[in-house]
Design a protein around this ligand. Structure first.
Ligand code: C5P
Length: 261
């Protein structure tokens, strides 16, 4: 088999050189990490589910004109994407208090926020991706003031879209993280959504039971991570039962069918 050039390996994904200039292949690993890699496990099937869920979300975003890096899914674990210049900022949008916001400000988990809040973290594993202000972003040249305006407008658009998408399948979008990149088309530069959108990067609660359907199951040691991700996929109408979920191994047979709307 022809060996591919590996461009970058992150905690949950690998980027390979793509077949055409300006493209990359994004590979979804089964690794689950939390607390800046202090907790690490291999969760069989997670990469396959995230590939499919992220594909579904990015395709829907393309359909409604939210600019992004996605081209197409190639196989169970890989997708073809446009190469972008990643802005070294994690953009977090919160609708309900949870996670580090609750810890930092003492706001009980589950409290509805007065309005959606956007936060920025500097993408730097060695520092644990610290929270930063717009001042840091512009002073250190990570993004310009105009780009920050574009990033915030895009983040709100993604939040509105995702909130509606998940509410329609009985899921509350508590918060999420996205990454963005610069994409040049001829001489014009656009900020586009990059990376992935999946239960690894969103907090998703069942609207009726408040059950966690995201990576907090792993962070908090609740178990049932793959089952929760599978449930998200089922409700989105993807990864139908009997479709092989894992790269190898047994075929998944869903035990109940009342999850589909
Ligand atoms: O941990 P925290 O409350 O700051 O996370 C906010 C949101 O951003 C959560 O949905 C979490 O899954 C996501 N996140 C992420 N990657 C990080 C940090 C946070 O996907 N490195």
């Amino acid at each position: 088999m022809k060996k591919r050039r590996r461009i970058y390996e992150g905690k949950a994904k690998i980027l390979y050189e793509g077949p055409e200039p300006g493209t990359l292949i994004q590979f979804f690993k089964d690794d689950a990490t939390a607390f800046n890699k202090k907790k690490h496990e291999i969760v069989d099937g997670k990469g396959v589910l995230n590939n499919r869920i992220s594909e579904h979300i990015f395709k829907q975003m393309t359909r409604i004109g939210i600019p992004n890096h996605f081209i197409k899914r190639i196989n169970m674990r890989e997708q073809l994407i446009k190469e972008v210049e990643i802005i070294p900022i994690e953009v977090i949008v919160r609708n309900i208090a949870a996670g580090t916001l609750s810890e930092r400000l003492g706001i009980p988990e589950g409290e509805v926020l007065p309005r959606s809040i956007i936060e920025f973290c500097y993408k730097k594993d060695e520092l644990g991706d610290p929270l930063v202000a717009e001042e840091h972003i512009t002073a250190f040249g990570w993004a310009s003031p105009q780009e920050i305006d574009d990033i915030m407008a895009l983040a709100i658009r993604v939040n509105d879209f995702l909130s509606g998408l998940f509410a329609g399948i009985g899921i509350q979008l508590v918060d999420f993280k996205i990454e963005m990149g610069r994409l040049w088309e001829n001489d014009v530069m656009r900020i586009v959504v990059a990376d992935e959108i999946s239960p690894d990067s969103c907090r998703l609660w069942d609207l009726d039971t408040q059950e966690k359907m995201d990576k907090d199951r792993f962070r908090k040691g609740l178990g049932g991570l793959v089952e929760a991700y599978q449930e998200v996929a089922n409700r989105l109408g993807i990864m139908q039962k009997n479709e092989p979920q894992r790269g190898t191994g047994p075929v998944l047979v869903s035990s109940n069918d009342d999850t589909k709307e």
